[in-house]
Ligand binder design. Structure first.
Ligand code: SAH
Ligand code: F3S
Length: 467
C-alpha cells in the first residue's frame, strides 16, 4: 500500500478559514506513528482518508500495522448495537496493549464517539480523547495534548464543516471514494445518523469536479460519490443531476458511481443523468427498508411501497440493464407477519441483484426509541431475517446465472483473494468478477466472458476483442 500525499498547492481552497495549522511536534519527542482502524460504512473509510491527510500534513506518520503505532485511532460506527459492541470489545483489547506500551495514545472518533459521548469514557476510562465527525481538524491538537488528566472530548456538530479545503490521503487503487455531502436531514425514526453526523451540507460543485480531475491525475479510474442521501445533493446552485453531468465531462474518468440515494430524491434529473451519461454506471443502491407502507410511515421514509415500486419500474424502463441493490430492515416496531410478508413479496417482485438485510436495532435518542415499542422479539427478527436472506440468495444466484455466456466490461482492481493467478474486478453493475490474469493489468477495462457464477461472484475468462 502506497499512500498518495497531495501537496498543499493541490488543495482546493474554498473556506475563509485556513486548513488547520500544523502543530509543532516537540523536538526530541518520539515520532508519532498513527494507525487508524475503520469501522462501518464507506463514509467512514472516506473520513479515515481525510484524517490521514490532516495528520500527514501535520508531521505524523501513518502506519498500516497496529504493532508499529504509538497512536491508535478507532473510526467508529453507531448504526446498530452490534457495531458499538464490536468497538467496546476492541477497546478492552487495546487497554491491555496500553498497559504494556506506556506511550500508546488511544483516540475514539466518529459516529459512536458522537453517540455515546461521556458514556464512552465511563465504559473505557483509559481512552485519551473522543472526537465526533465534525471535529477532525482538532486531531493533531488532541493527540499532542494528551496528558494523564481527563480525556479530551470534542463533540461539536458544525453545519459549516465540510472539510472541503482538506485533501484526503487515499490508498492506491482504481476506485476512489469522494464525499460530496455530509450529514442527513431525513430523520428516519430508526436512524442515528442525523444525530451523530448533524445537518446536511453539500460541497460546491466546482471543487468536486476539480477533485475528480485530481483523482484522474493520481491514476484512479473510478469515483464513487458518497453522501447519506447522496442524491439530495444541492450546493445552492446545482443539483445531483447537474453534478453527474459535470463529472462525466472530466476526461479520463472511466466510471462514476454513487451511494446511497434516497428514493424520495430520485428525481427525473437523476434518472436522465444516469440514462444519458455513459460514464455513470447502470447501477443503483436504493434502500427500501420495508415493503409495508404502514411500516414505512412509522419509519418516516417519506415514500409508499407503491411509489417505490413505480420508481423502480420507471428507472428500469429508462436505464437498460440497471442493476439494483437495497437495504432492508426486519422487525421494526409494530411490524406484523403481514407487514413482513409485504416486504418479502416486494423483494420477490423487484428481484434485486443484491441486498443488505438487517434486524432492527433500537438506537438511543432516535424517535423510534423514544416513542415506539420495539415489540418484535429477537427470535422473530432472526426468523424473518433468515427468510429474506434465503430469498435474496436465490434471486441473486438466478440473476447471475442469466449472465452465463455474456461478455461484461470489467475494471481490473487487483489480485483475487483466493487465487494469485487471477484478477478480480467489477462489472458496470458492480458485480465482482474473477478471471485468469493473462496479459491484463490492474486498472485495465477488459472484456470477460462469464462462464460460471455464484450468488455473489461471476467467474469467467478474458475475451481478446477490444472494448
Ligand atoms: N442513507 C444512508 C443510510 C445509512 S445506514 C446510506 O445508505 O448511506 C445504512 C443502512 O443501515 C440503512 O439503510 C438501514 O437499512 C440500516 N439501518 C439504519 N439504522 C438501523 C437500525 N437502527 N437498525 C437496523 N438497521 C438500521
Ligand atoms: Fe438514516 Fe434515513 Fe438519513 S436511514 S442516514 S436518517 S435517510
Amino acid at each position: 500500500m502506497n499512500p498518495k500525499i497531495p501537496t498543499e498547492t493541490q488543495l482546493p481552497l474554498y473556506k475563509a478559514a485556513p486548513p488547520s495549522e500544523p502543530v509543532n511536534i516537540t523536538q526530541g519527542q518520539a515520532a508519532r506513528r498513527v494507525y487508524i482502524e475503520t469501522y462501518g460504512c464507506q463514509m467512514n473509510v472516506s473520513d479515515s482518508e481525510l484524517m490521514s491527510g490532516i495528520l500527514t500534513r501535520n508531521g505524523y506518520e501513518m502506519v498500516d500495522r497496529l504493532e508499529n503505532a504509538n497512536v491508535v485511532l478507532l473510526n467508529t460506527c453507531a448504526i446498530r448495537e452490534n457495531a458499538e459492541e464490536k468497538v467496546l470489545n476492541r477497546l478492552k483489547h487495546l487497554d491491555h496493549r496500553k498497559q504494556v506500551q506506556s506511550d500508546l495514545v488511544l483516540g475514539v472518533c466518529g459516529c459512536m464517539a458522537q453517540h455515546m459521548k461521556t458514556k464512552l469514557i465511563d465504559a473505557a476510562p483509559y481512552v485519551d480523547f473522543v472526537l465526533g465527525p465534525d471535529a477532525y481538524r482538532n486531531l493533531p491538537m488532541a493527540i499532542n495534548s494528551v496528558t494523564t488528566g481527563d480525556p479530551f472530548l470534542d463533540l461539536t456538530l458544525d453545519k459549516g464543516e465540510d472539510y472541503a479545503d482538506l485533501a484526503p490521503i487515499r490508498v492506491d487503487g482504481v476506485r476512489a471514494w469522494l464525499t460530496i455531502q455530509r450529514g442527513c436531514d431525513k430523520m428516519c425514526t430508526f436512524c442515528i445518523v442525523p444525530f451523530v453526523r448533524g445537518r446536511e451540507r453539500s460541497i460546491p460543485m466546482h471543487l468536486l469536479v476539480d477533485d475528480v480531475k485530481r483523482l484522474v491525475d493520481e491514476g484512479f479510474k473510478e469515483v464513487v460519490l458518497l453522501g447519506q442521501t447522496v442524491n439530495s445533493y444541492n450546493d445552492g446552485t446545482h443539483n445531483f443531476g447537474d453534478l453527474l453531468f459535470a463529472m462525466s465531462e472530466v476526461e479520463a474518468i472511466e466510471r462514476i458511481r454513487f451511494t446511497s440515494p434516497h428514493p424520495s430524491d430520485a428525481t427525473d434529473a437523476l434518472i436522465e443523468a444516469m440514462a444519458s451519461c455513459d460514464k455513470v454506471c447502470n447501477q443503483i443502491h436504493l434502500p427500501l427498508q420495508s415493503g409495508s407502507t404502514k411500516v414505512l410511515k412509522a419509519m418516516r421514509r417519506t415514500y409508499t411501497a407503491e411509489a417505490y415500486r413505480e420508481l423502480v419500474a420507471k428507472m428500469r424502463a429508462r436505464i437498460p440493464n440497471l442493476s439494483i441493490s437495497t437495504d432492508v430492515i426486519v422487525g421494526f416496531c409494530g411490524e406484523t407477519e403481514t407487514d413482513f410478508m409485504e416486504t418479502y413479496n416486494l423483494m420477490a417482485e423487484i428481484r434485486y441483484d443484491s441486498a443488505f438485510m438487517f434486524k432492527y436495532s433500537s438506537r438511543e435518542g432516535t424517535l423510534a426509541d423514544k416513542t415506539l415499542d420495539d415489540d418484535v422479539s429477537d427470535k422473530e427478527k432472526g426468523c424473518r431475517l433468515r427468510e429474506i436472506i434465503e430469498l435474496q440468495e436465490g434471486i441473486s444466484h438466478e440473476i447471475n446465472q442469466g449472465l452465463i455466456g455474456e461478455t461484461a466490461a470489467v475494471l481490473v482492481e487487483g489480485e483475487s483473494r483466493r487465487d494469485p493467478n487471477r484478477y478480480q474486478g467489477k462489472t458496470d453493475g458492480f458485480k465482482t468478477t474473477v478471471f485468469p490474469k493473462e496479459n491484463s493489468q490492474v486498472g485495465d477495462l477488459v472484456r470477460v466472458k462469464v462462464e460460471s457464477v455464484t450468488a455473489h461472484t461471476l467467474i469467467g475468462s478474458l475475451v481478446a476483442a477490444p472494448l
